[in-house]
Design a protein around this ligand. Structure first.
Ligand SMILES: C[S@@+](CC[C@H](N)C(=O)[O-])C[C@H]1O[C@@H](n2cnc3c(N)ncnc32)[C@H](O)[C@@H]1O
Length: 201
């Protein structure tokens, strides 16, 4: 398993006082891929739900689930229009995914993630920093929005200045905000993200 973001979020929850700990029911937005972060939540006893817009990514997550004999409950869905009722999750998690949306779609996805988050629930989400090595790669399609080829497909990357994503958190309480630098040697890439954990009042 390789999901330091999920480890950090789960560790943060474990260190909370018991009356502040959320229920163990999580939704992951952008949950697919060969190493689904929800596996860690499953190991920690969470009821897991995940959505991903790409069928191929959902299938990769299923291959993982089949291999390890666990059901992570991941299906096709779009974080810009979540098919869940208001306040239905105590934790909403999104790792390395929201920055594949344009900034206007990111605003929609953030509204949706906060809508399905229960009162007192916790939200984890990370954004790409303009310090990321991939900044300015490809074609600029909007302010800080760059289109490039990734694994043979046209992909959007939205990059943010340090305080820029704060606007998505005005109606929730920011508990953690950290810049993360990861040296991804396999890909020869220095990844720089701005990571948030927030609580819905
Ligand atoms: C870089 S992958 C990260 C996958 C996983 N979160 C991880 O960290 O291993 C980004 C994921 O976001 C998904 N994604 C992109 N736009 C989405 C949307 N609008 N709704 C849901 N998932 C989306 C992609 O299909 C892809 O699986």
């Amino acid at each position: 398993m390789y999901s330091p973001n999920a480890y950090r979020f789960l560790h943060f929850i474990e260190t909370l006082e018991s009356d502040k700990k959320p229920e163990k029911r999580v939704l992951d937005c952008g949950a697919g891929g060969p190493r689904p972060p929800l596996a860690l939540f499953h190991l920690m006893g969470y009821e897991t739900h995940g959505i991903d817009i790409a069928e191929a990514q959902v299938n990769r997550a299923y291959d993982f689930s089949d291999k390890y004999g666990i059901d992570l409950n991941i299906r096709i869905g779009d974080m810009r229009a979540l098919d869940f009722v208001d306040e239905s999750f105590s934790c909403v998690y999104s790792q390395n995914s929201i920055f594949h949306l344009t900034k206007s779609d990111t605003a929609k996805a953030m509204m949706e993630m906060k809508r399905v988050l229960a009162q007192g629930g916790l939200l984890y989400v990370n954004f790409l920093s303009i310090e990321d090595q991939g900044y300015r790669e490809g074609r600029e399609v909007g302010s800080g929005e760059w289109e490039s080829m990734e694994y043979g497909e046209v992909t959007i990357h939205s990059f943010y200045e340090d305080s820029e994503p704060d606007k998505y958190f005005e109606d929730v309480e920011i508990l953690v905000k950290e810049k993360r630098i990861m040296d991804l040697r396999t890909y020869n890439h220095k990844m720089v993200t701005i990571e948030y954990i927030a609580r819905r009042p």
